[in-house]
Design a protein around this ligand. Structure first.
Ligand SMILES: *Cc1c(COP(=O)(O)O)cnc(C)c1O
Length: 379
């Protein structure tokens, strides 16, 4: 039987809540389920103001607008990340300054951050790769000293912490994704913007609702609403929020299962890692693990390619991850400064992600582990 790389998980309540949304007769955004989900995040994690969006990319776009990024402003982004972490700011005219990863961890190297800052730096975007925290104390300290805003790309980081603080709630703004490949999904696509700095709350609501002060109108604060700012339609439909609600009700169960599978991989592969065949995920002492993904870092591109094909021959699907953004077609042809980011390039060449999803069985993990062992020992 084939072992998929990812499969979206259904709790069983999604369709029920989606029907409920239909029968209440209000399907457009900011209805009962949207508010329930937003309150869930505010109460569970203490995020000041939560706003559901149609995707993680949209949450990042809202953040870029809120930061008032203008042409010529510089935004520091790791090169080892998904396109959207950079694109959301490029659309506002920003110049992206790419940062390297640590040698042993794909996250942005906070010790080299200061050398990238200029008078034009407006925003730093730490990306919590695999749901494992960046060194936020260092990043926030540097940002405060230079009067720079911090937007956490916490797309993969639901229910994960830095020194006890929930990720997404530390920077001025935080962005989550509920795409079907993430730990929980809003029915395929969805996202969340956390507004942690109160100065941004009023404007965030306006940008969310196509540049209108509709939210204030419904609260009775103004007696008519109209066009007051820029914005777009960033609200998800109630159908998506209803789907997400079913997943949120089961968040603890989902997290427990994923962590169990993650630990099985870790125990199964530790001995091979000890022999130097590959590196296991690095979880620094200040970070928690939310089991978003399990990855290995191989010794070379050739070995990684061979390992992925070997697993595929045995019907287990593993995949590589990001290609360095600083070498992408778009960046090199439109924005193009040539930079050397060797750690990022190594992760782009050598990192492989193993199957990870709720319905993965213990035996499946065992099979993948054994297949990897055969690859290194048996061939
Ligand atoms: C998934 C992801 C995004 C984009 O989220 P979407 O909901 O797919 O738009 C952005 N950044 C990172 C790091 C991601 O993993």
């Amino acid at each position: 039987m084939r072992i998929d790389f990812n499969r979206p998980f259904l709790t069983g309540k999604e369709a029920h809540y989606m029907y409920q949304a239909v029968y209440t007769g209000k399907l457009s955004g900011n209805g009962v389920f949207t508010k329930k989900c937003q309150r869930f995040f505010e109460e569970r994690y203490g995020f000041k103001k939560c706003i559901l969006t149609t995707s993680g990319t949209d949450a990042l776009e809202m953040a870029a607008i809120l930061c008032d990024v203008k042409p010529g402003d510089e935004v520091i982004v790791p090169s080892y990340t998904f396109v959207s972490s950079a694109l959301a700011f490029v659309r506002e005219g920003a110049k992206i300054v790419f940062a390297d990863s640590y040698a042993d961890n794909p996250n942005i190297d906070a010790d080299k951050l200061e050398s990238l800052i200029t008078e034009k730096t407006k925003v730093i975007v730490p990306v919590h790769y695999a749901g494992v925290a960046c060194d936020m104390d260092k990043i926030m300290e540097i940002a405060e000293r230079h009067n720079i805003l911090v937007v956490e790309d916490a797309a993969q980081a639901i229910d994960s912490y830095y020194k006890g603080k929930p990720l997404g709630g530390i920077g001025h703004l935080g962005c989550f994704s509920f795409h079907e490949t993430k730990n929980i999904t809003a029915g395929g696509e969805g996202g969340l913007l956390c507004v942690n700095d109160e100065r941004f709350i009023r404007r965030a609501e306006i940008i969310w609702e196509k540049g209108t002060n509709r939210a204030e109108f419904f609260r009775g604060m103004v007696n008519k609403y109209g066009w007051v700012d820029t914005g777009s339609s960033f609200l998800p439909s109630e159908i998506n929020s209803a789907f997400l609600w079913a997943q949120l009700e089961n968040l603890n169960m989902i997290q427990e299962r994923r962590k169990h599978l993650w630990n099985l991989y870790h125990e199964g592969l530790r001995a091979l890692a000890g022999k130097g065949y590959f590196q296991l995920p690095d979880i620094p002492p200040y970070a928690t693990n939310n089991a978003h993904m399990f990855y290995l870092v191989c010794r070379s591109l050739e070995e990684r390619t061979a390992l992925i094909s070997y697993l595929k021959e045995k019907d287990a699907l593993a995949v590589f991850h990001y290609l360095s953004l600083h070498k992408s077609d778009y960046y090199t042809s439109h924005c193009g400064e040539v930079v050397e980011l060797p750690n990022c390039d190594r992760f782009a060449d050598c990192l492989v992600r193993l199957p990870m999803y709720y319905d993965l069985k213990d035996e499946d993990v065992e099979f993948v582990v054994n297949t990897i062992r055969d690859f290194f020992y048996g061939r």
